[in-house]
Design a protein around this ligand. Structure first.
Ligand code: SF4
Ligand code: SF4
Length: 173
């Protein structure tokens, strides 16, 4: 699978297809492991070759994915790990893949290289729109740099508040 430089994308909207929470495993940072294990217990995660990941159900879906209004959505929206917040974007300080010039993005005087995972179903290919350049990509860079936690345009516009009450998700043994 080849990452696509941002400049090939016209715009991106999460369609809440829910497939990314089934197809990919989610690595956790140390503070996320601590936070989630304090709330849900260690049974919501698993250790593989020195890295902790969110546990998946037998059908491959993340243990925190829930069905709401016929859509499979994140049940821990405010608490979801950075890897989930960043999907399907990848932001680097140095070029990582092909098309260095097409991945170049300047943000607040700093140089970044921004790519998109083409597996996401919310991508619209074409010449980048004003919204994509000025709202969407900057928000992903801010998330990556830790400058923002709240998601506005980097998640589904329809379901960004679709968090289940944590008590209904508690899986602590
Ligand atoms: S981020 Fe992409 S793959 Fe994931 S639910 Fe949204 S549209 Fe689907
Ligand atoms: S934590 Fe939420 S966004 Fe991340 S994989 Fe699980 S259900 Fe999907």
């Amino acid at each position: 699978m080849k990452y696509v430089p941002w400049s090939k994308i016209k715009d991106w909207f999460c369609t809440t297809c829910g497939e990314c929470c089934k197809e990919f495993i989610v690595p956790l940072r140390t503070y996320e492991t601590t936070l989630l294990s304090n709330i849900f217990g260690f049974s919501c995660m698993e250790l593989r070759v020195g890295t902790t990941y969110l546990k998946r159900r037998l059908d491959g879906r993340c243990i925190f994915q829930v069905k709401r209004n016929g859509k499979m959505v994140c049940g821990i929206q405010p608490l979801k790990p950075l890897a989930c917040k960043m999907w399907p974007f990848a932001v680097f300080e140095t070029p990582q893949y092909e098309h260095r010039n097409q991945a170049y993005f300047e943000f607040r005087g700093e140089i970044f290289y921004v790519y998109v995972n083409p597996c996401c179903r919310g991508l619209i290919y074409g010449s980048p729109s004003f919204r994509f350049i000025n709202s969407v990509i900057p928000e992903f860079i801010e998330l990556r740099l830790g400058l923002r936690k709240h998601q506005l345009r980097s998640t589904s516009l329809k379901l960004k508040t679709a968090a289940e009450p944590i008590t209904t998700l508690c899986i602590r043994p």
